[in-house]
Design a binder for this molecule. Sequence first.
Ligand SMILES: [Zn+2]
Length: 272
Amino acid sequence: MKEARRFMYIGAHPDDPDCDFGGTAIKLARAGHAVKFVSATNGNCGHHRMSSKALAARRRREARAAAKIAGICEYQVLDHSDCGIENTLEARAEFTRIIRGFAPDVVITHRTCDYHPDHRITAQIVLDCSFIVRVPLYCPDAPVPAETPVFAFCYDGFTKPAPFRADAVSEIDSVLDDKLRMLDCHASQFYEWLPFNSFGIDRLDAKSMSWREKKELILKLLPINKTCAGLFRRQLARVYGAGKKIEHAEAFEASEYGRTVEPAQFQALFEP
Ligand SMILES: [Zn+2]
């Protein structure tokens, strides 16, 4: 395995990469690996009070701030409309050029059975690129990378047509505070839209909240890392030892598309 690896997370919204891969991304970036986040949409629908235009601009700023905290190379926010991305030939070419431009060893996305149409469509576009990314006469202006990337999915709780399979696990207790600081950058979501959407809280006075209160709220809004640690205890014990108590984890499933690797190598890809 190459010593310095390149990771690209392509998600639908400007906070999906942080939520699903943020802790692992921080660990990998700190160890010297290159990590790039891509949001396919500009997130211009995720709010109950702001205008779409102002929200899109704010979410770009939030993504930039989160990238700084995570120490990743870049957080690219594309301009597809939130709740409106379509799997077009243009979008496929756009994604192909982005993947080729970064030449990642690993590309991570949602599963195509995820709940949000933008997640499903973004994932489908990524998978549609998994073969043609190495076809040289397709988008010949963008040079094909030397190797096809490994494609992987982030954890979700959906069970049809198949439940998520944890082919790689990553403890994130060691970087939990940093992951929460990254999510804290997405204030339009974690202190405004998500409390409204999940709990009907119209206005939250985030300025008067302590960091401890903010952390509790973020973890309440995003319980998946605790869920992963509980569901995939056995896999975590195999990687980190049975004696280590792990409370927060991220998990990844290998895609059958793109380059495939042995199970042990797939797990090793996500270890710093
Ligand atoms: Zn999303």
